[in-house]
Design a protein around this ligand. Structure first.
Ligand SMILES: *Cc1c(COP(=O)(O)O)cnc(C)c1O
Length: 423
């Protein structure tokens, strides 16, 4: 059952309680490889479900627009202090509702409508909010897009430099949502300096790896850093904008009153809890294990003939191009989901297929590492993925059902925070 238990929910709304219980069980029984997901601790769940959700707190500690902030102020200050300590930044704003609003705050802080903004193109691994056409950021600003190289699958810093000096963006984003390789923050900083641009590092995916010392930090290189708190950082759904002291005022004004009203205090408390967890030595071990697992899984997939974008991974994320397997991303992802292996179909760089039916799969090891799986298990996971992808190519459902059973059996031995067998 769900942990903490939800007896009041069960009594008041059995329909929703039943679905919550079913979701907890689903998360227990599946190998969850969606690169942006994780399992938060019971402590984070409790903070998220607390009475802090009842309180309105527009403004910042000491300068609120509503009374009764005796407990909320110290909670938000704790979250800010922990973020500053963990990442080594001069300023942190913990109020953004999620990653996309955090990124919007950066535009509001540094740009005027129509200004040029440079980011990694979406089909190359960039995020919608880095100036993609369907996003407000692509409609209200003038996007300039860099890509990865076709031969390496990696961003070429000479190409980024040439483009930046030609187009003179006011803001440059580095980071992305399907980037399996280390981001070269010093090189981006150098280019931004030459081009006279603000450098924003979006570490939404890799924040936990940065905090745990398993990926280089953008601190000291980027003017502003945005992150979600719920991916590898393993906190609640939320986000932060971090910066040098110089930009503190602009960042805070952009988040509130620029974009948002009252902060979600229950989320702020849960962020504080997650940041405390991320500062513990255990978390550094976790972050390094995430990367070790991704490297082991990538090696096992490559051994089975899978074409990995950029040839492998430096972080938690793997991007597979399925073209040589004779099956598209979507049917493969759907068959894998039926087999108890949850991931998402994804475009690969220079994908000849349509965005809603692309050629690739995206995987990440953040969640399975929280679950306790290690490198020794990765060849088995790769073997299951391979069996199911090959079965999907010939629509063989018996393989899918067999693998689902084997997956459930393996995971029964790996406890999950948030769910426990009914006593
Ligand atoms: C996930 C993600 C975001 C957006 O986060 P949401 O919380 O989904 O709005 C922004 N940037 C990058 C690079 C991401 O991966």
């Amino acid at each position: 059952m769900h942990e903490p238990a939800v007896p009041h929910l069960q009594a008041a709304d059995p329909e929703i309680a039943g679905l919550v219980e079913a979701e907890a069980r689903r998360q227990f029984e599946k190998i969850r490889l969606i690169a942006s997901e994780n399992y938060v601790s019971p402590a984070v769940l409790e903070a998220t479900g607390s009475v802090l959700t009842n309180k309105y707190s527009e403004g910042y500690a000491g300068k609120r627009y509503y009374e009764g902030q005796q407990n909320v102020d110290p909670i938000e200050l704790a979250a800010i202090g922990r973020a500053k300590g963990l990442f080594g930044v001069e300023h942190a704003n913990v109020q953004p509702y999620s990653g996309s609003p955090a990124n919007l705050a950066v535009y509001l802080a540094f740009l005027d409508p129509g200004d040029p903004v440079m980011g990694l193109s979406l089909p190359m691994g960039g995020h919608l909010t880095h100036g993609w056409s369907v996003s407000a950021t692509g409609k209200w600003f003038t996007p300039v897009r860099y890509e990865v190289r076709a031969d390496t699958g990696r961003v070429d810093m000479d190409e980024v430099r040439d483009l930046a000096l030609k187009e003179r963006p006011k803001l440059i984003w580095c980071g992305g949502t399907a980037v399996p390789r280390t981001i070269d923050f010093p090189a981006f900083a150098e280019i931004a300096r030459e081009a006279g641009a603000v450098l924003a590092a979006d570490i939404a995916h890799i924040a936990g790896l940065v905090a745990g010392g398993a990926h280089p930090s953008p601190v000291g290189h980027a003017d502003v850093i945005t992150t979600t708190t719920h991916k590898t950082l393993r906190g609640p759904r939320g986000a932060m904008v971090m910066s040098t002291a110089e930009h503190a005022k602009a960042v805070d004004k952009a988040v509130f009153p620029g974009l948002q009203g009252g902060p979600h205090n229950h989320t702020t408390a849960a962020i504080a809890v997650a940041l405390k967890e991320a500062a513990a030595p255990d978390f550094s071990r976790y972050a390094h294990q995430v990367v070790a697992n991704a490297k082991a899984l990538a090696a096992a997939l490559a051994e089975r003939g899978y074409d990995l974008v950029s040839g492998g991974t430096d972080n938690h994320l793997i991007l597979i191009d399925l073209t040589n397997k004779g099956v598209a991303g979507k049917p493969a992802a759907q068959a894998l989901d039926r087999a108890g292996i949850e991931l998402n179909y994804n475009a690969v760089p220079f994908d000849p297929r349509k965005p809603f039916d692309p050629s690739g799969l995206r995987l990440g090891t953040g969640a399975i590492t929280t679950r306790g799986l290690d490198e020794a298990r990765m060849p088995q996971v790769a073997a299951w993925i391979d069996e199911v992808v090959r079965a999907a190519a010939r629509a063989d459902e018996t393989v899918v059902e067999r693998v689902a059973g084997e997956v459930r059996e393996l995971l029964a031995g790996y406890p999950m925070p948030g769910w426990a067998p009914t006593p």
